[in-house]
Write a new protein. Structure first.
Length: 363
């Protein structure tokens, strides 16, 4: 009997030893890392800044790339100046940084077709070519959830960049497709606090678009996870990751109610019901149609850009940006918590992500 017990114990010990390497390889989100050098392109942008901070926090040897005219610097990271639209320039930058992983956070400022082609496709593919030239192992692309239903120039450009990643074998890759950013949903906090209306678009029958947005810190954590997580790699994993925040889904109408909750929590006193002002989507359609009519009449580039911006606004007014799978929800910060933070501390002005916020430079 003792011989049998010893045999069983030995078998269990061998099993435990066999499992130990697998257990060590289990990936811990927000924690695990590799020992590689990471270079972030588009580091001066809203998400790029957060990604730099997360790479530094995680302990990566980090290089943050900004345009040559930028004066931005980052604590804990090496700052490099390069023009991503110039292949030779960005390639030399990557080589100087001894780049092993590239995180591309480039995004066109306006979202118009010409701007998107230049930045979201051409400059991003330059970064891919530079990564190949310097022998990098992995490439992480910041894409967008909405590319799954492409109707706009920047969506087509992002898809073309994803196609370029798929059609090469020199570097492994991941494309992160976030739903929506908190910051783009925060511009009406002070308007509601001052007694003004929360404006949203009514799609008919009281319905409005729904999303589960993600905070910049949580999104940055998800992006940096992709450096080390084999489950997110094109080398045997699922390289396209739709990712949203922890909320189950928040309609535009509900956003106004959450803002009222947040203001009451921060300011104290009785909660005031928000003034919810639904605007029929037909109004937006009429405006966009009128701009298109003027463009057809004049052919002016400025009018074409205005029409494209109108189409972008309408897209986000009517389309749900909502992940449903558990693996597509990430992070800890809810939209309600974000609104409380904005109500307490204010929000950094960004004309490209904040539609309603007042420009602090205009007195």
């Amino acid at each position: 009997m003792m011989r049998i017990m010893r045999a069983i114990a030995a078998a269990l010990a061998r099993t435990a030893l066999a499992l130990r390497p697998a257990l060590r390889m289990a990936f811990t989100p927000g924690v695990d890392k590799t020992d590689e050098r990471v270079t972030i392109v588009g580091a001066s942008g809203y998400i790029g800044k957060a990604v730099v901070r997360e790479c530094v926090r995680r302990g990566y040897a980090t290089t943050a790339v900004t345009r040559p005219q930028s004066s931005l610097t980052f604590d804990g990271a090496t700052t490099a100046r390069a023009e991503s639209e110039n292949l030779d320039d960005i390639t030399q930058c990557f080589k100087n940084a001894q780049t092993e992983v590239v995180i591309c956070c480039l995004a066109s400022r306006s979202g118009t077709e010409a701007d998107s082609l230049k930045v979201d496709y051409e400059a991003s593919v330059n970064c891919l070519k530079a990564a190949q030239a310097c022998g990098a192992r992995h490439f992480v692309l910041l894409s967008a959830f909405c590319v799954a239903k492409p109707d706009l120039g920047f969506q087509v450009a992002k898809l073309k960049t994803e196609a370029a990643l798929k059609n090469q074998n020199d570097v492994t890759w991941t494309s992160v497709r976030p739903t929506a950013f908190f910051k783009s949903l925060s511009g009406q906090v002070e308007i509601v606090r001052g007694g003004g209306p929360f404006v949203y678009f009514d799609l008919g029958g009281g319905r409005s678009a729904t999303c589960n947005p993600i905070s910049e810190a949580d999104l940055a954590m998800a992006i940096v996870d992709c450096v080390a997580d084999p489950a997110r790699s094109s080398n045997g994993g699922e390289p396209i990751w739709n990712v949203g925040g922890p909320d189950a889904g928040v309609s535009m109408k509900r956003q106004g109610e959450l803002i009222a909750d947040a203001i009451a929590a921060v300011d104290g006193g009785e909660r005031k019901d928000p003034w919810l002002l639904p605007v029929p989507i037909g109004v937006f359609d009429g405006i966009v149609g009128a701009i298109k009519w003027v463009y057809d009449l004049t052919g002016a580039d400025s009018v074409r850009d205005a029409w494209e911006l109108g189409k972008i606004g309408r897209y986000y007014a009517v389309e749900d940006m909502l992940t449903t799978a558990e693996a597509e929800r990430y992070g800890a910060m809810s939209l309600r918590e974000h609104y409380e933070n904005v109500a307490k501390n204010g929000q950094e002005y960004d004309p490209y992500t904040t539609v309603f916020a007042k420009n602090p430079l205009i007195k």
